[in-house]
Design a protein around this ligand. Structure first.
Ligand SMILES: Nc1nc2c([nH]c(=O)n2[C@H]2C[C@H](O)[C@@H](COP(=O)(O)OP(=O)(O)OP(=O)(O)O)O2)c(=O)[nH]1
Length: 154
């Protein structure tokens, strides 16, 4: 079976410190959309693409001669028109699709600036309890399990 090496960016943002941390409804964060926990970014594949409609980590195939981190920086530039700081490896997911075996390696990343979508239908920031609210590409599931642990812990 054909093996396809893919890299994915896990954009992570910390809890909003002003979002009413005690849940009292009072103080500086009152009335604002509460974001009490850390979140990660999910992106929905655009129409007309292979696996359209599924949710994924921004990223794509590693091209010959590229390191995984170089590939990730290139893909994020193309897909989100933003620079990225690629951090630690978080996990691998492997899945046999009809078109080949995808080996997906995910890295924690920091986005520099606001994402502007060129290929994706939409993006959403998801907290620990919302991770499964969207339909992820099957290769992503083991990575989400690891992220659920990390988001719940922090
Ligand atoms: N970027 C990305 N792709 C994923 C994830 N999970 C997953 O199964 N995939 C699959 C979807 C695609 O078949 C492949 C990634 O390739 P890609 O994003 O470059 O796909 P593409 O069809 O745009 O590539 P191309 O053939 O047009 O160059 O891996 C994920 O989390 N992120």
């Amino acid at each position: 079976m054909k093996e396809i090496h893919v890299v994915g960016a896990v954009f992570w943002r910390e809890a909003d410190p002003e979002a009413d941390p005690a849940g009292t409804g009072a103080g500086k964060g009152a009335g604002r959309e509460a974001r009490r926990g850390a979140q990660i970014l999910a992106a929905q594949r655009g129409p007309g693409k292979n696996m359209a409609g599924y949710w994924e980590f921004p990223g794509g195939k590693v091209e010959p001669g590229e390191t995984p981190r170089e590939a990730l920086a290139r893909e994020v530039r193309e897909e989100l028109l933003a620079e990225v700081e690629v951090g630690e490896f978080v996990g691998r997911g492997v899945y046999d699709y009809s078109f080949g075996r995808v080996i997906l390696d995910a890295y924690l990343c920091r986005l520099e600036g606001q994402p502007r979508l060129t290929e994706h239908a939409q993006v959403r920031w998801l907290g620990a309890d919302e991770l499964m609210d969207v339909e992820w590409a099957p290769a992503d599931l083991p990575i989400l399990e690891e992220l659920r642990r990390r988001l719940s812990a922090g």
